[in-house]
Ligand binder design. Structure first.
Ligand SMILES: [Zn+2]
Length: 304
């Protein structure tokens, strides 16, 4: 069971549920139910300094945290991350790239390290490359086109899932279009989703990159991080979460995760966008020619 509190830096006060101080306040009831369900253990990931600053002095949660610190064990989150040293996993890739020792110990890579390393992973791809990016810029795509094109020519399937030009943040629509066109012109599959926040790269259904950097739009100037895991089970699990429909493990093994999930517009042949509508998810023509199809009907059509 996961109880996720979305409070964070920049918030003026602790969230309304966290401020509860009487037992019958909704927030206190929520916490009570969540914590008392535990049978074997409770793990809390919390910024205790932040909460100490923001929680009202009589907050119910403050008492809970004090009690947990008294009877439980407080670990530095960096110690937990250090349980996953990645030096061995990087194997041959490591010799080609000079990496921050902290990154090697934790498996968390800042932008410049990620840039070098994932490129090596892309170069080593044998079956499939799947990239999820919250945004897309032509500059980033241009930096990747060569390596992707070379892989596609060797039979690797490449799929990029990102936003349509008219939902691509502050990036001009024309830039978004040219970035998508560049990907399509080298033979990559492009699936558009009106809302996408995942930042994930999966290579050969085994090497997974995930974190806070958008692989198809980030610049070197951010302080974001990416984690690398070399584990087919993690890749399969993540693939299941990210897929619109179930895929069998055989399909995953064949690199089918790189197959397009969006249909082409049946009227004008353009790319389509998946939109989470009021009456369920549906695909709409990216060129707004008027064609739409619900996800459900699309699935039925595929089965026929
Ligand atoms: Zn159309």
């Amino acid at each position: 069971m996961l109880f996720d509190l979305v409070d964070g830096f920049g918030d003026r006060n602790a969230g309304i549920f966290l401020q509860a101080y009487r037992l019958h306040d909704t927030g206190a009831k929520l916490l009570n139910v969540a914590l008392s369900r535990a049978r074997e253990g409770i793990v809390v990931f919390a910024n205790l300094t932040f909460l100490d600053q923001k929680l009202p002095t009589d907050a119910f949660l403050r008492g809970v945290l004090v009690e947990m610190q008294r009877t439980g064990q407080v670990l530095d989150v960096r110690e937990i991350l250090q349980l996953r040293p990645v030096a061995d996993e990087l194997g041959s890739l490591q010799s080609k790239v000079e990496l921050d020792p902290e990154a090697l110990r934790t498996g968390l890579f800042p932008g410049p390290d990620f840039d070098q390393l994932w490129r090596e992973d892309l170069r080593a791809a044998k079956q499939s490359i799947v990239i999820f990016s919250g945004f897309i810029t032509p500059d980033r795509v241009m930096q990747l086109v060569d390596v992707l094109q070379e892989r596609i020519a060797s039979g690797v399937r490449v799929r990029c899932v990102t936003r349509p030009p008219d939902r691509n943040g502050t990036i001009p629509e024309s830039s978004g279009r040219s970035a998508l066109l560049a990907l399509e012109s080298i033979g990559a599959v492009v699936d558009l989703r009106s809302e996408i926040h995942e930042k994930v790269v999966i290579v050969d259904g085994r090497v997974v990159w995930f974190g806070s950097l958008n692989p198809l739009s980030h610049t070197q100037r951010t302080s974001e991080l990416m984690a690398r895991v070399d584990d087919s089970e993690v890749a399969t699990h993540l693939t299941g979460i990210l897929s619109l429909r179930r895929r069998t493990s055989d399909q995953l093994a064949e690199g089918r995760f790189a197959d397009a999930e969006n249909p082409r517009c049946e009227k004008c042949g353009s790319l389509t966008v998946l939109i989470r509508g009021q009456y369920g998810p549906f695909f709409r023509c990216c060129e707004k020619c008027g064609w739409t199809c619900s996800l459900q009907n699309q699935h039925r059509a595929r089965r026929r």
